[in-house]
Write a protein that binds this ligand. Sequence first.
Ligand code: MRU
Length: 351
Amino acid sequence: MTRLQTAIPISIEWMDNHIKLLNQQALPHITEYIDLYTLQDVYEAITALKVRGAPAIGITAAFGLAMSAQNYEIDELEAFLVKLQKEKEYLNSSRPTAVNLSWALNRLINSIGNARSVNEAKTDLLHEAIQIQAEDEAMCRQIGENALLLLTPGDSVMTICNAGSIATAKYGTALAPFHLASERGKHFHVYACETRPVLQGARLTAWELQQSGVETTLITDNMAAHTMKTKKIKAVIVGADRIAANGDTANKIGTYGLALIAKSLQIPFYVAAPSSSFDLTLKNGDSIPIEERNLEEVTTLNGTQIAPEGIQVYNPAFDVTSSELITAIITEKGILYPSYTESIKNQLLRY
Ligand code: MRU
């Protein structure tokens, strides 16, 4: 398939009866695509971070549920829906923070509302998953265009984690402007924070930006303040896993710290996210569920133990950046400015 050959890497492909997935755990040393055939394969790929990044998790789960449903040997629509709901809940429990997961799975369930037969429902589910992926690519491209209204090629910009093409259908959110600029022969200088504990910045963002020819400098997370102060960083841009109704944003652990540093140095701090990352059922970020992952992620580096056996470990995978630290939220629908409660209502919900 030629789509996988592009300079901007793509991580998820529907292969008519299974999912072809870029194994993000093997990057950057090994570029391998794995085949997922069952619901369990999909659940395991999400929990083991073979696919990660909020929109990519949602897209993979959508294909996973639609794929599994193709094999139900059930004739009654009602019984079909009961099994579908059960499998949806199972996939939905794979990771708690990114709202795109439940958003995509709910869309799938809603897509069969008018189905008159099990066969029709099976077709509707697949169409919806394909649609979610296509829409995500379009949204990310538009986020990139909108971000380019705030960022100027030639500038040095800092990011954390990987909110890139491989975390979405294509282009990414925070990395979309850099990919689009590259396509047009214009260039940014991206400073990528390595993103301990599982190094999405060092392993994935550094790899992805290299693939598409974006000038990239890798730093460790504790170099962020010094780098912002001394390397003429013009902006920080990050992705999001869940944005509450007041603009509070959950993203990869370390994002909140970057926002505090940026505020102190008067550097603009941007969040880039599609409308599927907003959770307007939450008034603010206090009730966003924060995933805690296993302690080995912290006590080991590349499989080598770096801390004494038995040490206590705290390993939250995300943090919440308060909306007052965010200069603007860049979505496919436009650029939102404070007060976010108002701009989200007026701009995001207008359509
Ligand atoms: O734990 P991860 O790698 O799934 O965390 C990913 C992030 O925090 C991303 O910034 C976010 O999901 C946005 S991806 C466009």
